[in-house]
Design a protein around this ligand. Structure first.
Ligand SMILES: [Zn+2]
Length: 340
């Protein structure tokens, strides 16, 4: 059974091509030294990418995957490149380019890669169109969606048509933290807290918005995976339940107790904590857990099978579900068993 990673990131090769040719890249400038990090600049924003694994052609990732026991890696755009505040036209072109490239990477190595596309979410109609193109023409399995879209949360009515179409087409939605507002407000200035605290917080806000906004009631078949073992959601659900019985502004839209929705989501296994993952498994069961690596981020989980093997509360059958069967049921990894 193939080990299927649903959470790994890519840096578009089109950006590297633009850098080599000294061209602008969808309104951004890419620079890179011979060995130093790559930098993407757009306006006052500047993002550095130091891991060379980002830069290699997709096929050259396969030795890293083999070394880490990953048979199928699901590629999605590096979340720092999400353009929720950019003008829509350039973002629509950017999304199409990224999705075409993902589709080509999957076609080139069909037993090793799957793809989650990018949507230009500041334009709902364009997103619905692109979602359909990705699901029907490009062979992608779904989308990485940031925890917010320019500050709009996932209970915002303007985003509902995208989720409605995702449910209809069976698209898998990986909710990924996007901490740009935390960075902008400067409330976690040191110790990488924007990631250590900010990222799980962002995922939790996204999940809470889907639950308390009634979206999960309206779209019961929506396939949503929460990054990083659900952020704080499994741990915070009791607090939500407490408020649900006491505050109309919490209970107004959801049909059930917030904790009842925990099993409506999927969760990757990137907890970096044995006890943390055990708690999530106790809350939602092994049917809802998937392998994620966050490759090639420094906050990633490099060897998920080794991590899962040391969880003594998981049986061999449980591990097989998490590593493979759950993702296969969601449509990942069906192009044959990888040979490596
Ligand atoms: Zn990630």
């Amino acid at each position: 059974m193939p080990v299927i990673d649903v959470h790994a990131h890519m840096f578009p090769q089109s950006g590297i091509k633009a850098w080599k040719e000294g061209r602008e890249w969808f309104g951004a400038t890419v620079t890179k030294g011979a060995t130093g990090p790559a930098t993407i600049r757009q306006g006052k924003n500047e993002t550095k990418y130091s891991r060379t694994e980002f830069w290699v052609p997709y096929r050259e990732r396969i030795p890293y995957m083999d070394a880490n026991g990953i048979d199928v890696q699901t590629l999605s755009l590096n979340p720092q490149m999400i353009r929720d505040l950019w003008e829509p036209k350039s973002t629509i072109d950017f999304s199409k380019s990224v999705n075409d490239e993902l589709s080509e990477a999957v076609a080139e190595s069909p037993t090793r890669f799957e793809g989650l596309g990018n949507l230009p979410l500041q334009d709902t109609d364009a997103s619905v169109r692109e979602l359909n193109r990705c699901m029907t023409e490009l062979g992608l399995k779904g989308f990485l969606c940031a925890s917010h879209v320019g500050g709009r949360r996932w209970d915002d009515p303007s985003l509902f048509p995208v989720l409605e179409e995702a449910e209809r087409t069976g698209a898998f939605i990986l909710i990924h933290p996007f901490n740009n507002l935390i960075v902008e407000y400067g409330i976690m200035p040191r110790y990488h807290l924007i990631n250590l605290i900010g990222n799980p917080m962002e995922t939790t806000v996204a999940a809470a918005s889907l639950i308390l906004g009634g979206v999960m009631d309206k779209l019961p078949k929506l396939k949503v995976c929460l990054s990083h073992a659900g952020g704080y959601l499994p741990f915070a659900a009791g607090r939500f339940d407490h408020a649900f019985g006491r505050r109309d502004d919490v209970s107004g839209k959801a049909g059930r107790l917030p904790s009842d929705y925990l099993k409506a989501f999927y969760y990757d296994c990137i907890s970096h904590s044995d006890d943390g993952l055990k708690f999530v498994v106790e809350q939602v069961g092994t049917d809802r857990i998937l392998v994620g690596t966050d490759f090639p981020a420094d906050m990633g989980l490099e060897k998920p099978s080794e991590f899962l093997a040391k969880q003594d509360y998981l049986t061999a059958a449980d591990r097989m579900k998490i590593e493979s069967e759950n993702a296969l049921k969601l449509g990942f990894g069906k192009r044959g068993v990888a040979k490596h």
